[in-house]
Design a protein around this ligand. Structure first.
Ligand SMILES: [Ca+2]
Length: 167
């Protein structure tokens, strides 16, 4: 398990830019990739760290983020794929990363409270009643598609997670 250190100066970054923030910016501590979602004024941090969903959420909050990421539409989803690719996590067998969602009976509920208007389930997913978390694949098996997996109170470990914070 790895601790994220995020300087609060992050929140002073300009909000008018639509370009990705340099992943090597020292403000972002242990983020393996960072991007700015201009339409919703959020910054997203990818952390490659094999933890369960509750641990991932706790690490986001402890670092000053609002929590795990909400995917509001296909543009957000493409950004997450670019981030995984930029972190070298898009290749066969690369794994999957926690999103800030719970799934039950095929219905999504975002941690942020945003009404779900978009999903990108992999073929055959969601498929298991006791899998209540949601991950996005970096694996070329299904890059960018989602799987219900693990969940709150479950020790299933993903490859890492995405945090977000409003700016
Ligand atoms: Ca599943």
């Amino acid at each position: 398990m790895r601790r994220i250190v995020l300087n609060t100066a992050l929140f002073l970054l300009p909000t008018s830019s639509s370009t990705a923030i340099a992943a090597d910016n020292p403000l972002f501590g242990a983020c393996d990739s960072v991007a700015y979602l201009a339409a919703s004024h959020r910054v997203v941090c990818l952390v490659v760290d094999p933890v369960d969903r509750d641990t991932a959420e706790g690490e986001c909050v402890d670092a000053g983020f609002d929590g795990l990421v909400t995917v509001r539409g296909p543009r957000d989803n493409r950004t997450l794929v670019r981030m995984m690719d930029g972190a070298g996590m898009v290749y066969s067998g690369s794994g999957y990363f926690w999103l800030g969602a719970a799934e039950s009976g095929g219905s999504l509920a975002w941690d942020s409270g945003i009404a779900p208007r978009y999903s990108n389930w992999n073929s055959g997913e969601p498929n298991t009643a006791d899998e209540t978390g949601v991950v996005i694949y970096g694996d070329t098996y299904a890059t960018g598609y989602w799987n219900d997996f693990g969940g709150s109170g479950v020790t299933d470990v993903a490859t890492g997670y995405f945090c977000e914070s409003a700016l």
